[in-house]
Design a protein around this ligand. Structure first.
Ligand SMILES: Cc1cc2nc3c(=O)[nH]c(=O)nc-3n(C[C@H](O)[C@H](O)[C@H](O)COP(=O)(O)O)c2cc1C
Length: 207
């Protein structure tokens, strides 16, 4: 049996003041209590943003390796490191703000690095096959407004449907969300939302 390994990704450019990072710290602390011999691999996507997909990356990802330019080899080596890290994890926690109705550019750059034909998904006559199966993904979200699904603001939430679709595409279908919402709606409302989101994050981490 593999050692339990939690891949912990943070995406907020804020550090101490970030509410999504706060949820991540609570999640990790509870997870470690429940997995005393487990390993946590942390990637601060905001501090070290993944590179954008460029021409060399595309050359490497879709053509045989013989004859790849040095730039293409370098680009795909970076992507391979992200993919290896994802495949080695037994569970994933992603913390992120909502920016302009969806995820910030930094976690999108990570998704562009790990969505790889032949490594994280394949295509057959029947359609697409996700290759990253059997891992839980927990997504801890902070937002200024209330964009939770099934609220009036939910119509503006393109983060959750997008992440469910793209993670499902690569095989990750056990995905749950926690929202620290309404953080710009006054101190009392936001304090309650954070308290609730911390409790929900701890509960998911203990499950
Ligand atoms: C550039 C930018 C865009 C934002 N867009 C939204 C948005 O579309 N919906 C929303 O509810 N809050 C939005 N917010 C508010 C953030 O989601 C909120 O401040 C959140 O707490 C940020 O996460 P953090 O505390 O982890 O840094 C935006 C904030 C910034 C800076």
């Amino acid at each position: 049996m593999n050692t339990a390994t939690l891949l912990h990704l943070d995406a907020s450019p804020r550090s101490a003041r970030s509410h999504s990072r706060q949820l991540g710290r609570e999640f990790v602390a509870t997870w470690q209590t429940n997995h005393p011999t487990g390993q946590v691999v942390t990637r601060d996507l905001a501090a070290t943003p993944p590179p954008f997909v460029g021409e060399g990356w595309i050359e490497s990802a879709f053509t045989p390796s013989a004859g790849h330019s040095p730039a293409a080899q370098t680009a795909i080596a970076v992507s391979n490191a992200y993919v290896d890290e994802l495949l080695s994890a037994t569970e994933i926690v992603i913390t992120t703000p909502i920016y302009n109705l969806s995820i910030p550019a930094v976690p999108k750059a990570w998704i562009d690095q790990i969505a790889r034909f032949g490594r994280t998904f394949n295509k057959s006559a029947q359609g697409f096959d996700g290759l990253v199966t059997g891992k839980k993904v927990r997504i801890l979200v902070a937002s200024g407004s209330d964009f939770r699904p099934n609220t009036p603001g939910g119509a503006y939430n393109f983060l959750e449907p997008y992440l469910r679709a793209v993670l499902g595409f690569i095989g990750l279908t056990d995905v749950e969300f926690v929202y620290a919402h309404s953080l710009n709606q006054g101190s009392e409302v936001s304090a309650q939302a954070i308290t609730d989101a911390v409790a929900a994050s701890r509960k998911l981490a203990a499950a």
